[in-house]
Design a protein around this ligand. Sequence first.
Ligand SMILES: NC(=O)c1ccc[n+]([C@@H]2O[C@H](COP(=O)([O-])OP(=O)(O)OC[C@H]3O[C@@H](n4cnc5c(N)ncnc54)[C@H](OP(=O)(O)O)[C@@H]3O)[C@@H](O)[C@H]2O)c1
Length: 255
Amino acid sequence: MKLGFIGTGIITSAVVTGFCESGIEDLHIVVSPRNREKAEALHEKYPDIVSVAADNQEVVDQSEWVFAALLPKAAEEIIEPLVFPPEKKFINLVATLSLRRAKELIGDREIMADVVPLTFAANRIGPVVVYPPVPEVVELMSHVGMPVPVDDPQKIAILRTTTSVMSAYYMLLTVLIDWCTKNGLDEPTARKYITSFTEAMSKKAATWDGPLETLAREMTPGGLNWMELTHLEEKDAYTPWTEILDSILQRVIKE
Ligand SMILES: NC(=O)c1ccc[n+]([C@@H]2O[C@H](COP(=O)([O-])OP(=O)(O)OC[C@H]3O[C@@H](n4cnc5c(N)ncnc54)[C@H](OP(=O)(O)O)[C@@H]3O)[C@@H](O)[C@H]2O)c1
């Protein structure tokens, strides 16, 4: 299998690492020379799998699957001059580049899809949205995470929008761990406890049959969880988590 990446930045580094760690046999990955440092780092870590192309056209020429992982503003002008033979399969990671526009730029391809991996693709965990749900693409992306195939561009936009809570979520973990350490707990214990605790809550929620709100309300009246939830609801602390999502969705759709 020959994979090529145009744009060797944060997300390419993560996805390439995931593929290299996946154990796929006979895997060859060629990355674009920008960013030079990141491209060289991938080659140094996986010398038998990853090579650095001389330019973007060489990435296309040497690959069966071509991933575009460029910044929105630059993507179109970088892709447009490239020659894409019809047999190439095209995977778009650029949030703002629609498949309709990609077809105008490189021509229609039998296999073309939008995918949304996240940086934990490096650890081969977490969801990877795939639109449209082309089985070959779903299979490919299953090596770096859990594919979530969707059949409508609105659905990929909604899920892409929810990825915006990642930094806020990590900040919540940071605030909780900081609170523990300020009160005298050592950081490693606090971090181990908080990350294991939140992982267990997510796992339980994933397999819970009923509405998740019943999990939230499953608490001793007047108890510790009741105190925390009541306080946050009195402060309307959940509203800011979702009110910004409408604006982000508009941005994702518009762009
Ligand atoms: N980060 C994520 O978690 C994530 C998740 C899903 C999708 N995405 C999408 O993936 C895309 C890339 O995001 P990113 O976070 O990886 O950004 P990034 O780290 O800035 O990567 C963009 C890369 O493009 C390179 N580049 C610039 N000009 C180029 C050219 N002419 N030819 C080839 N490469 C060129 C840049 O190299 P220089 O450093 O040399 O300029 C940089 O390495 C974005 O559209 C983003 O929406 C990101």
